[in-house]
Design a binder for this molecule. Structure first.
Ligand code: GDP
Ligand code: IMO
Ligand code: MG
Length: 429
C-alpha cells in the first residue's frame, strides 16, 4: 500500500482538518508529518466544533489510529490541553494516538525566543504564531533539540537545563527580561511548571518508532493518509521566504516527516479555497483592501484558528495554485468555501503575473517584488446560496463553470467541493 496525502496549496487554513476528517473512515491510519501547534485544524459536525493543533484530524473516529510523526514538534502543555478538550467531549485520545519518539519538543524558552526574535525584527516581523516553531526547528537542525524519546532518560533534566540556559543567554543578549515576558498570559515560571506537569501526563501515551510502525502497517495492507499543516506558500524552501514557517509543508515533507520512501507516496490531494487568505506578514499579490475583502472575511469567518487574528483575504491566485500543484505533484484538487462567495454578481481570478508589462512565465523568486502585478479575469458569480446543496447536479451553472475553469487552467480534476464547515457539506463530483 501507499501513503495518500492531503495538504494545503495556499497560505494555510484551506480546510485541511475538515477534509481529513471526511476522509478518515476510508483509512486505517492518519499521520501528521510536520508543523506544530502553529496549526489550527477545524472539524465541525452535529453542531460541535473541534480545533486541533498537534493531534491529527482523524482522532474523532475512534476506530482509526492516529500518528504524530517525527517531523512534528510538540509543546506538551498545548498537547495536553488538546487532550483534555477531547476528553470533555467523550474521546479518549490515548486509545487511538501514537507519538513518534523522534518528534522534537517545544520548550517554554523556545516560545520566549520566538517572541524575542519577532520583536527584534520590528516592522519586518514574520507574524509568527509565537508557538516557538522557528526556534524549535532551528535547534533540531542545529542538533541541540530534545525529543519525546529523551523524556524517560535519566539525563533529561540536565539536557533540559543546558538548553534552557543557552536560550536564556540569547534572550539576555537581546536585552529582554524574562520576568517581564509572558507566554499565553502566564509568567515564564507558571508556564514552565504547567509544561512539566503536562510532560508527566503525556506518559500515558505510547511513544513509538513511527517510521517502523507506518512502513510495517503499509506492508500489512493498511491504508495511511498523511495530513499536512500550513500550506505550500509557507514551505521553508519554496514559500514566500522569509515569510514562511520552518518546515517542509509539501509532499516531500511526508517522506522526511514520517520516514516514508518516495515510491510509497500514493494519491496527493491538494486543498484550496475558492479565494485566498493569509494570516501574518508577507506578500499576497491578490489581497483585497476594499469592501470585497471585508465581505470574504465576514462570510468566511476568516479569523485565525490558532491566534484569532483576522486573516487577509483576496481573489483566487492561479499562478500560486499552479506552482503548488507542481511542487506537490497534486493528483486531485478539493475546493473549499465556495459558499463564502455566494453573494457576488461577478468574481475575479488572477490568471498570471506581469512585471514591467511582460507576462512572467515562471513563478517569481521574490513575491514581495513590488513590480509584480497580478492580472485578473472577471467571471460571473453564482449569486445564490450553496450551503444546502447536496448533489453536484444541483450546483448553480456559474459555480460549475468556475470549477471547470480552474480544472482547465491547472490540468487537475476538482474531485470534491465543500460548501460549508460541516462534515456533511461536502460534495463529490
Ligand atoms: P485548516 O488549517 O486547513 O484545517 O483550516 P482551518 O480550520 O484553520 O480554517 C478553515 C475554516 O473554514 C474553519 O473554520 C472551517 O470550519 C471552515 N470551513 C471549512 N470548509 C468550509 C466551507 O466549505 N465553507 C465554509 N463557510 N467554511 C468552511
Ligand atoms: P494551518 O495548519 C495559517 C503562518 C503564521 C506566520 C508564518 C510563520 O492551520 O493551516 P510560525 O508560527 O510557523 O513561525 O509562523 O506562518 N502560519 C499559518 N498560517 N495557517 C497555519 O496553519 C499556519 N501556521 C503558521 O501566521 O505568518
Ligand atoms: Mg488552520
Amino acid at each position: 500500500m501507499n501513503v495518500d496525502v492531503i495538504l494545503g496549496l495556499q497560505w494555510g487554513d484551506e480546510g485541511k482538518g475538515k477534509i481529513v476528517d471526511v476522509f478518515t473512515p476510508h483509512y486505517d491510519i492518519i499521520a501528521r508529518f510536520q508543523g506544530g501547534p502553529n496549526a489550527g485544524h477545524t472539524i465541525e459536525f452535529d453542531g460541535k466544533k473541534f480545533v486541533l493543533h498537534t493531534i491529527p484530524s482523524g482522532i474523532l473516529h475512534k476506530s482509526t489510529m492516529n500518528v504524530i510523526g517525527n517531523g512534528v514538534i510538540i509543546d506538551p502543555f498545548i498537547f495536553m490541553r488538546e487532550v483534555e478538550n477531547l476528553r470533555l467531549s467523550g474521546f479518549n485520545p490515548e486509545d487511538n494516538l501514537l507519538i513518534s519518539k523522534r518528534a522534537h519538543l517545544i520548550l517554554p524558552t523556545h516560545r520566549l525566543l520566538d517572541a524575542v526574535y519577532e520583536s527584534a525584527k520590528g516592522k519586518a516581523k514574520i507574524g509568527s504564531t509565537l508557538k516557538g516553531i522557528g526556534p524549535t526547528y532551528s535547534d533540531k537542525m542545529g542538533r541541540n533539540g530534545l525529543r519525546t524519546g529523551d523524556i524517560p532518560g535519566a539525563d533529561f533534566s540536565s539536557k533540559y537545563k543546558l538548553l534552557k540556559e543557552d536560550h536564556l543567554k540569547i534572550i539576555h543578549f537581546y536585552g529582554s527580561d524574562v520576568s517581564e515576558l509572558r507566554i499565553d498570559g502566564c509568567t515564564f515560571d507558571e508556564y514552565e511548571a504547567g509544561w512539566f506537569d503536562a510532560l508527566e501526563k503525556m506518559n500515558k501515551f505510547h511513544f513509538i518508532d513511527s517510521e517502523q510502525f507506518l512502513n510495517k502497517s503499509l506492508d500489512e495492507g493498511k491504508t495511511v493518509l498523511a495530513e499536512g499543516a500550513q500550506g505550500a506558500l509557507l514551505d521553508v524552501d519554496f514559500g514566500s521566504y522569509p515569510f514562511v514557517t520552518s518546515s517542509n509543508t509539501i509532499t516531500a515533507g511526508v517522506c522526511s516527516g514520517l520516514g516514508i520512501p518516495p515510491r510509497r507516496i500514493g494519491t496527493v490531494y491538494g486543498i484550496f479555497k475558492a479565494y485566498c487568505t493569509r494570516v501574518g506578514s508577507g506578500p499576497f499579490p491578490t489581497e483585497l483592501f476594499d469592501e470585497t475583502g471585508e465581505i470574504l472575511r465576514k462570510n468566511g469567518h476568516e479569523y485565525g484558528s490558532t491566534t484569532g487574528r483576522p486573516r487577509r483575504c483576496g481573489w483566487l491566485d492561479l499562478p500560486t495554485l499552479k506552482y503548488s500543484i507542481l511542487l506537490n505533484g497534486v493528483d486531485r484538487l478539493i475546493m473549499m468555501k465556495g459558499d463564502v462567495m455566494d453573494d457576488f454578481e461577478t468574481i475575479s481570478v488572477c490568471t498570471h503575473y506581469t512585471k514591467d508589462g511582460r507576462i512572467l512565465d515562471a513563478f517569481p523568486f521574490d513575491l514581495s517584488d513590488e513590480k509584480i502585478k497580478p492580472e485578473y479575469e472577471e467571471l460571473p458569480g453564482w449569486n445564490s446560496p450553496l450551503k444546502d446543496i447536496t448533489t453536484p447536479e444541483a450546483l448553480p451553472t456559474a459555480f460549475a463553470d468556475y470549477i471547470d475553469y480552474i480544472e482547465k487552467a491547472t490540468g487537475v480534476p476538482v474531485d470534491m467541493v465543500s460548501v460549508g464547515p460541516d462534515r456533511n457539506q461536502t460534495l463529490e463530483r
